[in-house]
Design a protein around this ligand. Sequence first.
Ligand code: B12
Ligand code: SF4
Length: 475
Amino acid sequence: MRVKMILPALTEATSPLFRPIKYSLFPPLGLATLAGYLRDDDEVDLQDEHVEILKTDDEPDIVVIQVYITSAYRAYKLADHYRQKGCYVCLGGLHVTSLPEEAAVHADSIFLGPGEDIWPQFLKDYREGHPQARYVSKVRTLKRLPPIRRDLIKRHLYLVPNSIVVTRGCPHHCDFCYKDAFFQGGRSFYTQKVDDALAEIDRLPGKHLYFLDDHIFGDSRFARELFQGMRGMGRLWQAAATVNSLLKSGMLELAAEAGLRSIFVGFESLSVANLQDHAKVQNLNRDYQAAIRRVHDAGVMVNGSFVFGMDDDDASVFSRTVDWAVESGIETSTYHILTPYPATGLYQRMEAEGRLLHSNWDLYDTRHTVFQPKLLTGEQLETGYWQAYRRFYTWRNIFKGASTKPTWLRFARHAAYSAGWKKFEGLWNLAIRLKQVGQMRPLLENILSGLGRVQPQTGVGSDDSVELPVLSSVD
Ligand code: B12
Ligand code: SF4
């Protein structure tokens, strides 16, 4: 059987003029996971449009397309193209799960939710000659998974080919998040077995890993055992966690000892009313500054994530948030315009209030205003969003943020990390054009290791770590 797997890109990621590095960070892990269920004698071709030009003149038996909201139109176009040729088209992923009726028009089979139970079921049905039109995931487990087909990943095209996910979902329920809609009908937070996770980590070459888990500390027993197992593996890694989990004693330090060097934290908003509005309860009454201090004290950098456009945000929110982030010594910041994804609680609320402006999914990319804000105009929101990025990443603010650090080496690490990410976009673009992004990886690993000097502050190493920034932002 010939199987073609495609991760379509949003337009920006294929632009001949400029391509942000964030699209060359991570390989298509979801599709490589599904490829693990194919037989040895199946032929499989995995293409990621973010990093390569798609070949569409082939005629595979099955075409598998992963659909995100921002690439939905592109995905449907590809699906229609292959169906016209008589190929069997399967569509799955987040957007298909949110809007199955919309996707079904373009597919022979659609898949709702995670693929680990329904994809092998489909393969069996297809081989037996009776595939169903719709598969809905119900059994949620990461036990006894076949190995991810990492051999299909063109490692040289990615800065971070070692992306890994050892849990699925998240224990929280923020109303703007994809999570509750995607995992509806079954468990919405579950983990691998620690031994399986450690074995997967062990199989990855090089030093650097990026855990794409929504919340790596979400199950504290699992996380503790994982970090204990990772100690001594010589890995350097990045991950995401919630504010409240960073305030708990012990976990962060264990993670740092196991090689954690930067952490993505969803602060989202400095307004209590906003956090309440969006059910971000894990952030409520938490001392953000104390969380940041703890992370820094452990020798780990912070990538703070903030959302603009919530109902308590007025025109002052942009500069207030950025100045707070700079003064707090956050190394990198990621900003988003609030975006109601279909099937989320936020979407339903906005729809009921008649505040959705349109459903052009291409613009649901967290950079455009797609709903009517309360205390801002849509234009103010977009302008403020871009201004926030510019303001945070001025040289003045990079150095101001860095000067909150207690030692010169920490100052240098902060400045280099922050600037390296946003001040050299032209260079990243060139490396992408030349298909040389992978060549930067040894440098990344060397720099993240702080040229041998980065150690967590646990009494065993030097506080004077020097890391150069290369990445920090997932979205
Ligand atoms: C890594 C990542 C990226 C990477 C790369 C994506 C990639 N290579 O897959 C980059 C940096 C490029 C990226 C960019 C963006 N991202 Co992003 N990203 C993620 C992240 C953190 C992890 C994705 C992942 O690898 N998961 C692990 C794998 C194993 O799971 P999976 O990919 O979902 O695959 C499983 C299922 O979905 C399913 N499945 C998928 N396809 C199919 C097909 C079939 C046939 C079947 C049977 C099953 C199936 O089976 C797989 C195994 O269970 C997610 C958050 C998350 N937890 O998912 C956000 C997330 C997907 N991103 C999001 C967004 C908004 C964006 C951006 C728009 C952000 C921006 N402002 O630019 C862009 C646009 C992306 C695009 N191309 O359209 C949203 C998506 C919202 C939505 N409803 O679509 C998420 C959910 C973040 C969030 N919490 O809001 N992203
Ligand atoms: S904590 Fe993050 S991943 Fe979990 S529900 Fe909230 S936004 Fe989603």
